[in-house]
Design a protein around this ligand. Structure first.
Ligand code: G3H
Length: 256
């Protein structure tokens, strides 16, 4: 039955690639909504994909979230064959638990991978004035140059409502999530079912355009509860490697 399960997953991977229009899908068995260990399996699959994407010079931009935290947990030394390995935070400090922040995850990944890292020491949500003056800070400008020239981008995808609540968004925005039917969130952007951006956090960090210039983009998101979010994100999303789980995959295929 193990062999049967594996061929079942391979089959689902092919179907998902077609349905979502991405060049590669990796599905780990189980549903991370139900079992926390499934997140670690996605994390491990993510590490393998990072390894596959490495070249001579590497700038790896990482976002936050509990799924990326699992990827950092599963990281191992990558230094043996690859020369330069620089990890950069793609997001500043959010209203998230410290273990879910991009900076924490970035530093941990780099340490375990035996690479270097640059963190983004800015609050994530900024007023116009602060945004412009912080962008002129040489140290911040330097990190942002790395983010914009990332060769590999690794990010999570979340359910819009869950993320808005988790990041303590105000009443107004929570209402907008409902009225504008936001279903997905990734790197501070909120998307509706058609993949249209309905809101973006004014942030010093990864921008939508950056996703289209990177050598490879790896999205990691699973759990039945994220099926709709994953589907919506890829409507207009960049070509990516998607790492997900059986829970999300089954639900997405059912929706079709
Ligand atoms: O941007 C997406 C969220 O960071 C996903 O967070 O991995 O904890 O579900 P999560």
């Amino acid at each position: 039955t193990v062999m049967k399960n594996i061929s079942g997953l391979k089959n689902m991977e092919k179907q998902l690639e077609e349905v979502l229009g991405v060049s590669k899908v990796v599905i780990v068995s189980g549903d991370s909504d139900q079992y926390a260990t499934v997140k670690n399996e996605m994390g491990l699959a993510c590490v393998k994909e990072i390894e596959r994407a490495l070249g001579a010079d590497n700038i790896i931009a990482v976002t936050g979230g509990s799924t990326l935290a699992a990827a950092a947990e599963m990281m191992h030394p990558l230094r043996r064959t690859h020369q330069d390995l620089l990890f950069v935070s793609a997001r500043g400090g959010l209203g998230e638990k410290v273990e879910n922040q991009a900076n924490t995850i970035c530093a941990k990944m780099a340490e375990k991978a035996e690479g270097r890292y640059h963190l983004l020491h800015v609050p994530d949500q900024l007023s116009d004035d602060s945004y412009h003056s912080l962008m002129e800070e040489p140290s911040i400008h330097r990190v942002m140059q790395h983010v914009h020239h990332a060769t590999i981008i690794v990010h999570g995808i979340g359910d819009a409502k869950t993320m808005a609540i988790r990041r303590h968004s105000g009443e107004d925005f929570l209402k907008r999530v409902d009225t504008e039917h936001a279903v997905a969130e990734a790197f501070g952007y909120f998307f509706d079912q058609t993949g249209r951006v309905i809101h973006k956090v004014q942030t010093i960090g990864l921008q939508w355009e950056d996703l289209f210039g990177a050598r490879s983009v790896i999205a990691v998101a699973g759990g039945k509860s994220k099926a709709e979010a994953i589907q919506a994100y890829f409507k207009k999303g960049p070509d990516s490697v998607l790492i997900t789980d059986e829970g999300a995959a089954q639900q997405i295929l059912k929706n079709f």
